[in-house]
Design a binder for this molecule. Structure first.
Ligand code: NAP
Length: 526
């Protein structure tokens, strides 16, 4: 087994390290034991796996290479996983293909039942899964629990959706012919996921594929492989047959070759990627060589518009949820606040007040923390340079604006006023806890600014004017629209963007379409 050994749930020893290099896993006895024991579930260490998962087995890289994963809050090493390459990926693809020939023959009901069991197991162990997620990603435990719930909801959703896939019978215009449409699983799906939602992005993709009768080879992000591997463990325990879900772990150095192998393999029939627009474009080009179906969930630059008629307290509440969740590291985070001149001062003052009252920077495992670290030092440097650019071009610093004294990867929640559209904070996806506020005069101007981005993932606006609500909802060039609401994610709703934010939709009744092929069957001579 690839599981780490531990004593009293606090010390996790990497098998790859000498005794002199013992690593301490950043979970306190209190954190690890009390509530879990009360629920009668396992300790967090029983979810920490140091091997990749291929064909139902815990495996090493052929080369024997490993890489280490650190806790972004403390900088301490959590453990290591195999650093797999193109060869390892090819092997996983072959195993997934062999499994596909069997899995596609199962009934939708049986697939749904296995997914349902996986959902139950995820639910039973959510606290431990959340702690693991916080430890490798840094997000506050409350946010991690929320993500595990959400990850479970996707498993549950697709357990139910498996049986709702239906073909069609078309009215034939020829008396002795019958015309049918069959929906069949597309084949082996290749998936690449990011670090910011290391569990939910996996279940949102993999469970749609598995429910449809496909098998999966998935590469998680370098920084967060443990959550992916924990999910494999539960899937296996739920009875998912060997080879249906395969997770190939790799460092950032090997990511391009693993990605290229998935995209160019003739066995892989579908690529699903969540991550940056830059990488999405590379994968789209690579997939052209085998004319693959591709789904891309890419970066955003969400406008958050507050009109004069808005309920300002509600808008401020929505800003806190939408801008500062996961320290601003979600693709649907409000990135640019556009506020109408009549309520601009009131909004900025109220937002500053609530930020100071409610946002607490710290280790995600501390109860009071609302703002964990950014994922790594590069992310901190990027946010810092975006804030400096805004200040240089004349933005006002209302609060924050610098690194926090909590540790290397922490940045203070920041509010910038008098922002203009030329500044980087208005043009780029910030991916950090910075709220830049732009003043506008008219609805038309707000919509023009909002639509000036090449991204089109989420957007939000606050208004109590019904005609304006209809007009603006229709005019915004986005895939997801929150009206008087800062949190809009749900497994029942289609998730995805327009423009350079991506292709396709995940979740909802549409989410399985990408894993199904339509086959037209014409029966003649009747
Ligand atoms: P990223 O750099 O594109 O990485 C995402 C994944 O792609 C990781 O697994 C990464 O592996 C892998 N990767 C990197 N370079 C690759 C290459 N050349 N070929 C194949 N795979 C490659 O994005 P990120 O910075 O981790 O994630 C943040 C971005 O994701 C933001 O833009 C955010 O908006 C977007 N996002 C979008 C959604 C959505 O649903 N639309 C959801 C979440 C995040 P390594 O980790 O090993 O480098």
């Amino acid at each position: 087994m690839g599981r780490y050994m531990c004593s009293r749930s606090v010390q996790i020893v990497s098998r790859h390290l000498k005794l002199s290099q013992l690593r301490v896993f950043h979970i306190t006895t209190k954190d690890a034991v009390t509530p879990a024991a009360a629920l009668g579930v396992r300790s967090i260490s029983s979810f920490l796996f140091d091997k990749a998962f291929v064909d139902g087995q815990w495996v090493t890289a052929k080369s024997g290479s490993v890489y280490q994963i650190t806790n972004p809050s403390t900088g301490k090493t959590i453990g290591s996983v195999p650093d797999m390459n193109a060869d390892d990926t090819l092997q996983a693809i072959e195993k997934a293909n062999a499994a596909f020939l069997r899995w596609r023959e199962t009934t939708a009901k049986d697939r749904g039942l296995i997914l349902r069991k996986w959902f139950d197991l995820t639910n039973q162990n959510k606290l431990e899964l959340a702690k693991l997620l916080t430890t490798e990603n840094g997000k506050p435990l409350k946010d991690a629990l929320f993500e595990i719930n959400n990850a479970g909801e996707f498993i549950e959703w697709y357990a139910e959706e498996a049986r709702r896939v239906c073909g069609d019978v078309i009215q034939s215009t020829t008396a002795n012919k019958r015309m049918l449409v069959l929906k069949q699983p597309i084949g082996v799906a290749g998936m690449i996921t990011p670090w910011n939602f290391p569990s939910a992005m996996i279940t949102r993709k993999a469970c749609a594929a598995i429910a449809a009768g496909c098998t999966v080879v998935l590469k998680p992000a370098e920084d967060t492989p443990f959550s992916a591997l924990a999910m494999c463990h539960l899937a296996k325990e739920a009875g998912l047959p060997d080879g249906v879900l395969n997770v190939v772990t790799s460092s950032r150095d090997n990511a391009p070759s693993v990605g290229n192998t998935l995209c160019t393999s003739p066995i892989i029939k579908k690529i699903s990627f969540t991550g940056s627009t830059v990488v999405g474009k590379i994968l789209l080009q690579q997939s052209a060589s085998t004319v693959k179906k591709v789904s891309l969930e890419l970066g955003g630059n969400a406008p958050f518009i507050v009109f004069d008629s808005a309920d300002i307290d509600a808008a401020v509440r929505g800003t806190i949820v939408s801008r500062f969740r996961c320290s601003g590291q979600t693709c649907v985070c409000a990135n640019r606040m556009l506020v109408q001149e009549g309520v601009y001062d009131q909004y900025v003052a109220r937002l500053a007040e609530v930020m100071k009252q409610e946002l607490r920077v710290g280790d995600g495992l501390d109860d009071s923390t609302t703002q964990g670290p950014l994922i790594n030092i590069k992310a901190v440097e990027k946010v810092e340079s975006i804030v400096e650019d805004a200040k240089r071009l004349g933005a006002g610093l209302v609060c924050g604006g610098k690194r926090s004294n909590k540790g290397d990867n922490f940045f203070e929640p920041t509010l910038l006023s008098n922002v203009t559209v030329e500044m980087r904070c208005a043009k780029e996806e910030i991916f950090g806890p910075v709220a830049p506020v732009i003043k506008f005069k008219t609805e038309e101007e707000a919509v023009t600014i909002a639509n000036s981005s090449s991204s089109g993932l989420a957007g939000y606006f606050y208004s109590q004017n019904l005609s304006q609500i209809w007009r603006v909802a229709e005019k915004l060039e986005i895939g997801l629209c929150g009206v008087n609401e800062g949190f809009i994610n749900a497994p029942e709703a289609p998730f995805g963007g327009v423009k350079e934010s991506g292709l396709g939709r995940e979740g909802s009744k549409y989410g399985m379409d990408d894993y199904l092929e339509m086959k037209y069957v014409c029966i003649g001579g009747l």
